[in-house]
Design a protein around this ligand. Structure first.
Ligand SMILES: [Zn+2]
Ligand SMILES: [Zn+2]
Length: 252
């Protein structure tokens, strides 16, 4: 369908827009262009940006040194160089993530990748894009891995190579809902392995997932990647869960 739409000429496109008007990916409201939120959902987006922790990207209360880090990163440096996400998780971004996960609306991945690249800046020359893998059973149930779909679009838009199978999931992790940070860390330990070290050795790995919650999953992946010889790991997710007390976010 997308390929067909890309081929049609403008007048025909206008006809299609009347029959199948573009809709807000979060709430389904009719909007005036593809891949955009309606005004109401756009108004609810909470953009993440400076002042933020130089490492994990969490909002910091005061404008200061751009190298400033949050207490958690200073106390226990994460196994990744930095983590960035364009938006907090909740409201419209939650709807978008769920739509991609369960609705198989793969074109949403294109929109998410574009927003992620905006906050990533220029990816290093040696960057290789690696998605957080989903377990074979989930893959079979769902038919695709949403992180891999976002990674594929990111690779296309940034021109950096995709190593879709560099990481593998050894076992499915039970739902982490309601677990504490420590419990989540325990939950994901040993869940991943590097399947193709040759694809990441000596390179900057841009690790992709849809949502970063406590960071336990991306940290487990980043630790494995670093041990397998990655030069550094940068984490890029579409949304980031930010706790109430951390929410010094700018509302756009
Ligand atoms: Zn909407
Ligand atoms: Zn931090």
């Amino acid at each position: 369908m997308v390929a067909v739409l890309a081929l049609v000429t403008t007048p025909l496109r206008a006809v299609i827009d009347v029959v199948l008007p573009p809709r807000c990916p979060a709430c389904g409201e009719i909007v005036d262009g593809d891949d955009r939120f309606c005004a109401a959902c756009f108004g609810q987006l909470q953009a993440l940006g400076p002042p933020q922790c130089a490492c994990c990207g969490i909002p910091l209360p005061h404008e200061g040194d751009i190298a400033a880090q949050c207490g958690a990163c200073l106390g226990e440096p994460p196994p990744f160089q930095r983590a960035r996400a364009p938006f907090t998780y909740g409201g419209p971004t939650r709807h978008l993530v769920l739509a991609l996960k369960h609705g198989r609306r793969l074109h949403l991945a294109r929109m998410m990748a574009r927003a992620m690249l905006r906050v990533a800046g220029d990816l290093p020359e040696d960057a290789v894009i690696v998605p957080v893998p989903s377990h074979a059973l989930r893959l079979w149930q769902r038919g695709f891995n949403q992180a891999a779909e976002i990674a594929r679009q990111l690779s296309r838009q940034s021109g950096r190579p995709l190593a879709v199978d560099a990481l593998a999931r050894i076992r499915a992790t039970p739902s982490t809902k309601g677990l504490t940070r420590k419990a989540r860390q325990k939950n994901v330990q040993g869940a991943f392995r590097v399947a193709h070290a040759d694809q990441i050795k000596g390179r900057t790995v841009v690790l992709i997932d849809d949502v970063m919650t406590t960071g336990a999953t991306v940290s487990a992946c980043a630790a494995k990647l670093a041990r397998a010889g990655a030069r550094q790991v940068e984490v890029l997710t579409y949304a980031r869960a930010v706790r109430e007390e951390q929410a010094h976010v700018s509302v756009r």
